[in-house]
Design a protein around this ligand. Structure first.
Ligand code: DOR
Ligand code: ZN
Ligand code: ZN
Length: 411
């Protein structure tokens, strides 16, 4: 286990299957170059971009554009999901042939203009996607339930951001997870739940797995680290969709999701926005228009190593969920997520004992670095990142050429 005299440990390259790299179209927030620079600095060797860009990744041309931009500027290897809306069901085979890693459906309104499809369209999409052999992931919150509570909370004059996790309640997530598992059971489609935030939703995933449905799930370091108290401490900075939950839901997420295994993967939901959009100057303003999401690529390995240090995970269990398992879930294994000889392996070297505090978010490498992890202390850090034999991060610096990173070929 111990690699060198300093106690550093070599692990397979960390695979983050949920980042918003924002390119094409939203480069004022982030782009492939800056997102993958942050990935390299954070010990992440493969990233998968979300499709809520401008244009959204709903047509083969848009997917090609996204791939081309990544080839031109990425520091680490990458892939992308294609989005499914009511309008593009007929394009699913072509999006598959163009090389999309998988598909995503947004079940409620989120950042970007991606209206959710009707239940009928979702069932139709599932049948199409089943034929591709690829997996369909969900932004797993029921938009109608959220709209209902948001309208009520606004009318009652309740305070955002303090009440954020109640205007987007746990039942909106749990219901969506249960409904999509039911649909997948009917259609035989492989599905995935992105960013599971609550124990209740993790329990729904566990029930689906018990019934034999091919449902996988992911959670993020922020749902494991914080409770909704962070909204009182950091306000809009910690605003995210789904929201950070209360201690009971968080503890149940640990128990059912991590200890009992309902959660397959760790990912960040790295979602950069400008300081103005995040309203960092007025974090407690009673506003409903502060944007959701924050960066995470450079705090995910430290957060997870801190959990290892606390005895919440073994090193092996953490690495499995942050490398091999996501690569398997999305069909990239053993090309990614493995140290097998002959796979052109990626690896990350971590110092599991390094104690440090993220004093200033400007030390991060993204274009916009607002995060509730600013001010948090960690035990553990990535010290080197190696992609296909070439270092992309060492001695505290991102090294090598932008554009070295390449698309992971899954076909
Ligand atoms: O908080 C979020 N931000 N949740 C999402 O689902 C989207 C993301 C973004 O794109 O900023
Ligand atoms: Zn989402
Ligand atoms: Zn996301």
């Amino acid at each position: 286990r111990v690699l060198d005299g300093d106690g550093n440990v070599l692990v397979p390259g960390i695979v983050d299957c949920h980042i918003h790299n924002r390119e094409p179209g939203l480069e004022y927030k982030e782009d492939w170059e800056s997102a993958t620079r942050a990935a390299a600095a954070g010990g992440v060797t493969t990233v998968v971009g979300m499709p809520n860009t401008d244009p959204v990744i709903d047509r083969p041309e848009h997917l090609e554009l996204k791939f081309d931009r990544g080839e031109a500027s990425a520091h680490v290897d990458f892939q992308s999901y294609a989005v499914v809306t009511s309008e593009n069901l007929d394009l699913i085979p072509e999006l598959d042939a163009t090389g999309a890693l998988g598909f995503k459906i947004f079940l409620g309104s989120t950042v970007g203009d991606v209206p959710p499809p009707s239940d009928g369209k979702i069932l139709e999409a599932m049948e199409e996607i089943r034929e591709t052999g690829k997996r369909l992931g969900f932004h797993e919150e029921n938009g109608e339930i959220i709209d209902h509570y948001t309208e009520r909370f606004k009318a009652e004059g309740r305070n955002e951001p303090i009440d954020h996790s109640h205007s987007r309640p746990v039942i909106a997530e749990q219901e969506a997870v249960e409904r999509m598992i039911t649909f997948a059971e009917e259609t035989g489609t492989k599905i995935h739940m992105f960013h599971v935030s609550s124990g209740s939703a993790a329990e729904a995933v566990a029930r689906g797995k018990d019934r034999g449905v091919d449902v996988t799930a992911e959670t993020t370091p922020h749902y494991l680290w914080f409770t909704e108290d962070v909204m009182r401490e950091k306000g809009n900075v910690a605003r995210v969709q789904p929201p950070i939950r209360d201690a009971a839901e968080r503890d149940e997420l640990w128990r059912v999701g991590i200890d009992n295994g309902a959660i397959d993967c760790i990912a960040t939901d790295h979602a950069p926005h400008t300081a103005e959009e995040k309203k960092v100057d007025d974090p407690f303003g009673n506003t409903w228009d502060a944007i959701s999401g924050f960066v995470g690529l450079e705090t995910e390995v430290p957060a997870m190593l801190s959990f290892v240090d606390q005895g919440r995970f073994t090193l092996e269990e953490w690495v499995r969920r942050h490398s091999a398992r996501p690569a398997q879930v999305w069909g990239m294994y053993p090309q990614k997520g493995s140290l097998q000889v002959g796979t052109d392996a990626d690896f990350t070297i971590v110092d599991p004992d390094r104690e440090w505090t993220l004093e200033d978010r400007r030390d991060l490498h993204s274009k916009n670095c607002v995060t509730p992890f600013e001010g948090e202390s960690f035990t553990g850090k990535a010290v080197a990142t190696v992609v296909r034999g070439e270092p992309v991060f060492e001695d505290g610096a991102v090294v090598g050429e932008s554009g070295y990173g390449t698309r992971v070929d899954v076909d």
